[in-house]
Design a protein around this ligand. Sequence first.
Ligand SMILES: Nc1ncnc2c1ncn2[C@@H]1O[C@H](COP(=O)(O)OP(=O)(O)OP(=O)(O)O)[C@@H](O)[C@H]1O
Length: 304
Amino acid sequence: MPLIEVSNLRKEYRNHVAVQDVSFSVEEGEIFGILGPNGAGKTTAVECIEGMRKRDGGEISVMGLDPLKDKDLAELRESIGIQLQQSELPPKMKVWEALELYSTFYRDPVDWRELIKDWGLSGKADTAYGSLSGGQQQRLSIALALVGKPRIAVFDELTTALDPHARRETWKLIEKVREQDVTVLLVTHFMEEAERLCDRIAIIESGRVVALDTPSGLVSRVDEQQIIRFKPSVPMDDELLTSLPEVSSVTRSKSQVTVVGKGNVVYAVISVLARNQIVANELRLEQASLDDAFVALTGSKPAN
Ligand SMILES: Nc1ncnc2c1ncn2[C@@H]1O[C@H](COP(=O)(O)OP(=O)(O)OP(=O)(O)O)[C@@H](O)[C@H]1O
């Protein structure tokens, strides 16, 4: 039986529908990703699952509990570890004080001294939250989410504010959370993060699930597409390429042209360039990636 089951979830704010119709299930032990453009309804959906917001329609079951029922919600709060949002802690609060405070929220908390060791904060117990680096704050945030020995951890944009190095370090920590038999629900903007960490991903757009699959399953939906990148030796009119039936899109970034197409698109593009005496410098052919799947499925550009 799935650990989390969401069917036809709907949530409105005043007269704005944030989540139209979202359904997915999460199996025990998975890292399940929720990916989507800004404002797609990702945070609203997970907040309904956590019981932080009341849904307006559909069904949610988390370990058989319904977050709309007060009695179930109390039990649910013991079993879900929620990462703290940035600036939720007073900047002067020390690391050990935060962990001790969080321990009081749970019936059977883990010994926070262990968490300090496990999450590489041993030398920082007496340091104020506001004096920690971004990466250390994230480690504390994960440690706090684990104080109550949860079966499920929810991380919402955990790495958004981090530089690429700290982001990669945090990925290792998320994998370590899963190794401790905690099921992870991960909301992210980052393709690379989703591809690297998630067993399955739901792509949400405008409050609906537009695709749900493994990362490679999502890529395979678009991999009949071919991507050609090059720098034309002389100024070139895009119309030359967009008029080809094999070409589905032509985009530019500085001097580089990116052509996406199907079938014999490589031959068609090279032939038309040759006929017009244009040399394709720095020519590269690429396989479709999760980024391409995201663009094809949502029509939006992913975050970098
Ligand atoms: N408390 C609120 N009151 C009114 N509208 C809200 C509220 N919270 C979110 N919204 C709106 O609901 C929609 C979905 O927001 P949500 O934060 O769930 O999206 P998201 O996919 O998590 O976005 P992001 O990636 O930017 O965090 C957005 O249009 C947002 O402006």
